[in-house]
Write a protein that binds this ligand. Structure first.
Ligand code: CA
Length: 222
């Protein structure tokens, strides 16, 4: 089931929304300020983010601006008590996918979330399979023989690229450039670290990631 990040500082409201989402079958993580929301959104592969505008440390708009500047395309649903045209325009201009005014009915929130997830998945099946590995791109979940892999965002990104080119060599420089933005300081062995973690997580029955010396990495297609 889809994993959702809820960025909301009002604890009782966050608890209530999280409980409703879990009852509806979603996996939910809660961040109670902008800083931790940013960190979690950039670290973990969420299928959708619901974002409060009035946060204690920064505006939800700032969170959204930063996420989009870092290349994160995850659908964002803005939740706000403010009802001005300016706010709505700002949110949508910054790359929000939808907008919901507080107070709202949980049934409406769930309907909007379903619509956004459907839209991000598209019409076609978004599940890609390589051997025993299945990656559901719309739901940001990966399984090996039905066992769910616990992947961080960057591990997910590396695996997604290897899966897209299964059976072919993916150059290391290519992985680096696709996964990190220009302004990020990257350790020289960053990709090796992600590959090592992915191998551990794919074992024992998932497809093997081969190191092609001097060239890059290849996910076994058979
Ligand atoms: Ca708030």
């Amino acid at each position: 089931m889809a994993r959702i990040l809820l960025v909301e500082d009002e604890a009782p409201l966050a608890r209530a929304i999280a409980a409703s989402l879990r009852t509806a079958g979603y996996a939910v993580d809660v961040a109670d300020d902008g800083e931790s929301g940013l960190e979690m959104a950039l670290d973990e592969p969420f299928a959708l983010i619901t974002l409060d505008v009035g946060l204690p440390d920064m505006s939800g708009f700032d969170v959204l601006r930063t996420l989009r500047a870092r290349g994160l395309a995850t659908p964002v649903l803005i939740l706000t008590a403010r009802d001005t045209v300016d706010d709505r325009v700002t949110g949508l201009d910054l790359g929000a996918d939808d907008y919901l005014l507080k107070p709202f009915e949980v049934s409406e929130l769930l309907a909007r979330i379903r619509a956004l997830l459907r839209r991000s998945v598209g019409q076609a099946s978004s599940v890609v399979e390589v051997g025993a590995l299945a990656m559901d791109l719309g739901r940001a979940s990966a399984t090996v023989n039905g066992r769910t892999l616990d992947l961080r965002r960057r591990e997910w990104a590396v695996l997604e690229r290897l899966v897209a080119k299964a059976g072919k060599v993916v150059p290391k420089e290519r992985l680096l450039s696709e996964i990190f933005s220009y302004d990020e300081v990257v350790a020289p062995n960053a990709i090796e670290v992600y590959i090592a973690r992915l191998r551990r997580k794919l074992e024992p029955d998932g497809p093997a990631i081969r190191t092609i010396r001097g060239l890059g990495y290849m996910l076994d297609a058979d």
